[in-house]
Design a protein around this ligand. Structure first.
Ligand code: ADP
Ligand code: MG
Length: 261
């Protein structure tokens, strides 16, 4: 299979420069991101890992335009998010990015088909039934378009969510712990699907704490204390697990030193 979108020289689909995010926590300010630089090639599958509290969700949300950073820049498909007003940012979120969440976030009253079409309807566009059917086929749910979420397994629900994330033809699909609520087999199905999408040119950025999930990606970035401290290309699950163990250990040591229990 060819990867026209990964031709050398193609500009990265996401460019992040010196991204910083500070929250006003109850016990004072929290620097969740402390200068993150990142280029994501079009058509690549990137995994973001790191100990709990290292800034993974904050990074994902800033990259996707869900959250404004304190400083630094995010460019998505050439658009500098900090220069967009709220209307333009909403349009970008609706049309140019897709989301997959750990808890699926499907609407219980809608069928799988209607859930998949929702992003288009929210954008005031009329879905093409053939397109929806093709997407449901693509995620292996061609026969289940009329089912409601309670009639689907966890893995099937997440595949509906993946189809929903794809319906607008987004430049990037962002996934935060997409397999966190799934059993091992369903998790592998969903990861295989994401891998397959990336092999066909879809850019995917996924937060995970599971080394096996990360091993489906092209590159793993390791966050610690709001900074990218390491990365692995073509990662194997044991290599990812080993790096994570080291990071978690030093995070715990730092917490001990700081007198945190
Ligand atoms: P991760 O996803 O890696 O667990 P997060 O991005 O959720 O990390 O959080 C990074 C840091 O920022 C943590 O210390 C967390 O407690 C803090 N944080 C996250 N969201 C908020 C918020 N809304 N207000 C205050 N602190 C926050
Ligand atoms: Mg998180």
């Amino acid at each position: 299979m060819s990867h026209p979108s990964r031709t050398p020289g193609t500009p990265p689909v996401v460019r992040i420069h010196d991204l910083r995010c500070r929250y006003d926590g109850e016990a004072g300010p929290v620097d969740a991101l402390r200068g993150v630089d990142l280029d994501v090639p079009r058509g690549s599958f990137t995994a973001i890992m790191g100990p709990s509290g290292s800034g993974k969700t904050t990074l994902l949300h800033c990259a996707a335009g869900l959250q404004k950073p304190t400083s630094g820049t995010v460019e998505l498909g050439g658009a500098d998010l900090s220069r967009l007003d709220e209307t333009a940012l909403t349009r970008l979120r609706r049309r140019r990015v897709g989301f997959v969440f750990q808890a699926f976030h499907l609407l219980a009253a809608l069928t799988a088909r209607e859930n998949v079409e929702l992003p288009l309807r929210l954008d005031g566009r009329r879905p093409d039934p053939r397109h929806t059917a093709a997407l449901l086929d693509r995620v292996g749910l061609g026969a289940r378009g009329g089912h409601r979420p309670h009639q689907l397994s966890g893995g099937q629900k997440q595949r509906v969510a993946v189809a929903r994330a794809l319906i607008t033809g987004p430049e990037v699909v962002f996934a935060d712990e997409p397999t966190g609520a799934l059993d091992i087999r369903s998790a592998r199905d969903v990861l295989g699907l994401l891998r397959d999408l990336a092999d066909n040119g879809q850019t995917i950025i996924m937060v995970t704490h599971d080394p096996v999930a990360a091993s489906f990606s092209d590159q793993v970035l390791f966050l610690a204390d709001g900074m990218i401290v390491d990365h692995l290309r073509r990662p194997s699950a044991p290599d990812v697990a080993a790096r994570m163990a080291t990071l978690v250990e030093s995070a715990e040591r730092a917490a001990d030193t700081a007198g945190v229990v």
